[in-house]
Design a protein. Structure first.
Length: 488
């Protein structure tokens, strides 16, 4: 027998053994217990009234703009007064501070100063609404109709602010006082970076030497039907957040009249540079968060999926290929480049002496902005292009990955069991940006979950037309917070 044959037999035996091990591991992770039923309608009555509070806040057009002169300052002031009216017990039992003009911090003092505090986050600003005539109910009507609260902010993210305070109001009425101190940190400019709200709150907490055990901010939904193979809704608890930067790709040329163009123009070179960027995405990588996501997802998946998910060490290449086939899952396994803006000549018959593209980059945990910029620079160099940060102040490095073996994650799981019992919590890599970046110095662990049951169709209302939240869904969100706060 030749050495090559012996080598091949040894290899085949090793592969066969690996597959058997993979199947054994999958069998050791049986499908989870039967899915629990949702809370009955009668159980939702305890949270009655939260919809009226949300409607009141939706009626305030708290739209944030980079140009502050475009903001409706009166709407922001009125919302703060609404909170005093809607939650009198909260204002009696907690210390409320206005941090700058776009931050609010409530402090609910705990009984035991030795216990680490917790932070509940949300933001009360919203994005602009498109033509109001196209909405079924006005974007700032706050209508309660057809079983839902309608208007801009009804999903993103005033429900979390309202539900957390409404739950605290009820707990205070019942004579409850938390064992640990709980902070409610609400920013009013998250949609434009959080520099006037959450950043100043985070700085204030840091200056007071406050370091919480964990915080909860907006994040993944309780996804209903988004992963077709999962046997139940999945509460996508963001335990990590991708970094963010806008990269300017620039080329230069001689300019001049378009009737006598050179062989290669600044605009043409820019186009070739963009094609080079899009044609060479970074390599896919199964980071710690994604591996944890797959492992926690496996009990709710069919057997074949369990084999894959429980054995990423063996099937990593296949998993990366599958994830790379969809935009949503591709973003979980690689840094992404998205060209979004182009600028060339200001006139049709004039050659551009400078052409610029903006590429929006979301950085996978484990990478950093310097490495990403260096790679992009190498890709575009053959076309005479350069890269630089378009908005240095907006750069956000990837946020640390928070553990699932942590009291904060367990508290969230327990609160979900009492409010969305049909769902399973799974750790998740959150691809969008949140205010959590401003709290990285004041919390051990940061979790991102929007406790609302939502389908892909429902999520289209976020930043879209006819934004709304069902009353029953909102009441369950409030019950989630009552369970969470009550168990801390």
């Amino acid at each position: 027998m030749s050495a090559a044959t012996i080598t091949w037999i040894a290899f085949a035996s090793a592969v066969g053994a690996s597959v058997l091990i993979a199947i054994a591991r999958a069998l050791a992770t049986p499908r989870a217990v039967p899915r629990s039923e949702p809370l009955p309608e009668s159980a939702l009555d305890e949270a009655a009234g939260v919809e009226d509070a949300l409607a009141a806040l939706v009626r305030r057009p708290t739209v944030s703009y980079y140009d502050q002169s475009a903001e409706d300052a009166a709407a922001f002031s009125a919302l703060k007064k609404d909170l005093e009216r809607l939650f009198p017990k909260v204002h009696g039992a907690m210390n409320r501070e206005d941090i700058g003009d776009r931050g609010m911090l409530f402090t609910w003092k705990g009984r035991d100063e030795k216990l680490r505090s917790a932070i509940m986050c949300a933001h009360f600003d919203v994005v602009p609404a498109e033509d109001a005539s196209l909405w079924k109910h006005g974007p700032f009507s706050g209508d309660i109709a057809e079983g839902a609260v309608w208007g801009r902010g009804a999903q993103d993210i005033k429900p979390m602010l309202v539900s957390s305070l409404h739950a605290a109001e009820r707990l205070i009425a019942e004579g409850y006082r938390p064992e640990r101190t709980i902070y409610f940190a609400f920013g009013g400019d998250e949609e434009i970076g959080g520099t006037r709200g959450a950043r100043r709150i985070g700085e204030a907490l840091a200056s007071r030497k406050i370091h919480a055990s964990f915080l909860l901010d907006e994040g993944g939904p309780i996804a209903d039907g988004m992963l077709s193979f999962a046997d139940r809704p999945l509460a996508l608890v963001g335990v990590a957040e991708k970094g963010y930067m806008d990269v300017a790709v620039e080329t230069t040329g001689a300019g001049g009249h378009a009737s006598m163009p050179p062989a290669k123009t600044a605009t043409g070179n820019l186009s070739r540079a963009i094609v080079a960027i899009e044609s060479a995405p970074p390599k896919a990588r199964l980071g710690r968060t994604v591996r944890s996501f797959l492992d926690r997802l496996s009990p709710y998946s069919p057997f074949a999926m369990r084999v894959l998910f429980r054995n990423a060490w063996l099937f990593g290449s296949l998993i990366k290929a599958v994830f790379g086939s969809s935009a949503a899952t591709n973003a979980m396994v690689r840094t992404t480049y998205a060209p979004t803006m182009l600028q060339g000549s200001a006139k049709e018959n004039v050659l551009a002496d400078k052409a610029i593209a903006i590429v929006n980059v979301r950085i996978l945990p484990g990478a950093d902005s310097a490495g990403v910029l260096a790679r992009m620079a190498k890709l575009v160099k053959p076309y005479g292009a350069t890269v630089s940060l378009a908005h240095p102040d907006a750069l956000v490095e990837p946020l640390p990955e928070s553990p699932v073996d942590h009291e904060g994650y367990r508290a969230i799981e327990a609160a979900l069991a009492g409010s969305f019992p049909e769902a399973a919590a799974v750790p998740f890599l959150f691809n969008a940006g949140t205010d959590t970046k401003n709290y990285r110095l004041v919390a051990d662990a940061m979790y991102r979950l929007t406790p609302l049951l939502q389908s892909s169709a429902q999520l289209e209302g976020v930043h879209g037309r006819d934004e709304r939240v069902e009353v029953a869904n909102l009441r369950r969100c409030e019950i989630f917070y009552k369970r969470l706060l009550g168990n801390l």
